[in-house]
Design a protein around this ligand. Structure first.
Ligand code: UD1
Length: 422
């Protein structure tokens, strides 16, 4: 397994363009199955999760090439609705394939997905939505078989605004007969991106970005070329890293509106943020201030995917901050690792009480999931001395060569891969 070795204490500085959004690209790739022909998707980052999705699409019979940041996907010869268990287990987002497969083949056979170990991640809302559209669902052990001779539009209310369930239902409803109204839908920017992509292929979807999405079923979709939005979580990670190292970074071609909750939190922590069109400048010279209380919640509130990174900044703040995680129950595992670097954090149920310390110290730590791994990298950049982050494959699921990105901003960070045994 690869390791990252970081010599901490160097302020990040420079200018960066952020990669395309993983969480937008994944459903868009899955949704491509809804049209027959060649679809071109630009700004697709090179990530383990994207590789898994492309491998699944190849396994289903598609041709897929990822050259530079562009994926060219020919879906014409997709011929099976069965997603192999080994691939399905590598990534939770493979669950997105249920909607498109059901729509294209009248059947989807998948397995309970894998993904980050951040608590129980249920799929009941996905299944209820597909059932409401007319699917019959059979669960045999960890195998799930959905069948529908015909999908019929329906009024669906989500009891929680799940991102994945919203996307799965949108994809299944797009070619259904009649109108689907999805209420209490998730409002994340990635859902708006999926709407724009599907509409570019001829779908009739309105309302993404609000809590009610209306989908008028159409007869067929036609291939298109589409560019994925920038990754707000990667942008946020860099912004926090700049602040934690007391550096100055300019992010170009961003969508600042997607980051407003983070910008608000960082400003409360005393970090200087200037937004000018699609440019965000982050600067910090002073010790951050504690932020009394941050609660993760669905968009547009503070995202769970930036909780661990911001926690690192707060470990260095002047005073006590509270971070409450409400989306995933298992998402405070980085606390133990940060404590090994000198952080003073007490966890009570799903809340972390973070008493700021003047500095963190380098240590050998383990990435337990994708965002926790990113947080440990930030901690290593800010810490005094050398930090070794193990289990880097978690980070590779969501950050396109994180060490290159950070080196370009002046960080002293290198990757070490084990020498293969002959
Ligand atoms: C997506 C993101 C992930 C992010 C999360 C929350 C992608 C590929 N991943 O994940 O990075 O952390 O949104 O912003 O876009 N739930 C149920 N039943 C369901 C589905 C979800 O109870 O059928 C619960 C989950 O257990 C969790 C909460 O809803 O507690 C949020 O999950 P959801 O919004 O579905 O997240 P994902 O789509 O898995």
């Amino acid at each position: 397994m690869d390791k990252l070795v970081i010599e901490g204490g160097k302020p990040l500085s420079g200018t960066i363009v952020i990669q395309g959004a993983k969480n937008a690209a994944l459903p868009i790739l899955a949704a491509s199955l809804l049209a027959e022909g060649t679809i071109t998707i630009d700004s697709v980052p090179h990530l383990l999760d994207i590789d898994v999705m492309l491998n699944i699409l190849r396994e289903l019979g598609c041709r897929a090439e990822h050259t530079g940041d562009t994926v060219v996907l020919d879906t014409t010869s997709a011929h099976t609705s069965h997603v192999p268990e080994t691939l399905m287990k590598q990534m939770r987002s493979s669950i997105f394939l249920m909607g498109p497969l059901l729509s294209r083949f009248g059947e989807a056979e998948v397995y309970l997905p894998g993904g980050c170990a951040i608590g129980e991640r249920k799929i009941d809302l996905h299944l209820q939505g597909l059932q409401a559209l007319g699917a019959e669902i059979e669960e045999i052990g960890n195998r799930i078989i959905c069948r529908a001779e015909k999908l019929q539009g329906a009024d669906i209310h989500l009891t929680f605004p799940s991102v994945g369930a919203t996307e799965n239902i949108m994809m299944a409803a797009v070619l259904a007969e009649g109108r689907t109204t999805l209420s209490n839908a998730a409002r994340e920017p990635e859902i708006q991106d999926l709407q724009r992509f599907l509409n570019a292929m001829g779908a009739k979807i309105m309302g993404a970005g609000t809590d009610t999405i209306t989908i008028e079923g159409v007869k067929q979709l036609t291939p298109c070329r589409y560019k994925v939005i920038p990754d707000r979580i990667v942008a946020g990670t860099i912004m926090v890293a700049a602040a934690a190292t007391r550096g100055g970074v300019t992010l170009q071609q961003t969508h600042p509106a997607h980051l407003s909750s983070l910008i608000h939190v960082l400003r409360r922590a005393g970090v200087q943020i200037v937004v000018d069109g699609d440019i965000i400048k982050v600067g910090s010279v002073a010790r951050p201030k504690a932020v009394e209380r941050i609660v993760t919640s669905p968009y547009p509130a503070f995202p769970t995917d930036l909780q661990s990174q911001v926690m690192v900044l707060l470990t260095l703040a002047d005073g006590v901050s509270i971070m409450k995680e409400t989306i995933f129950e298992g998402r405070l595992k980085h606390v133990d690792e940060l404590s090994r670097m000198g952080a003073d954090i007490r966890v009570d149920l799903n809340a972390a009480f973070i008493k700021g310390v003047p500095r963190l110290y380098g240590a050998t730590v383990e990435a337990t999931d994708l965002r926790a791994g990113a947080a440990l990298v930030i901690a290593g950049l800010a810490a005094q001395g050398r930090t070794v982050v193990e289990q880097v494959h978690h980070i590779d699921r969501g950050y396109d060569k994180i060490e290159s990105m950070l080196s370009r901003l002046g960080a002293n960070i290198s990757r070490y891969s084990p020498v293969p045994n002959n």
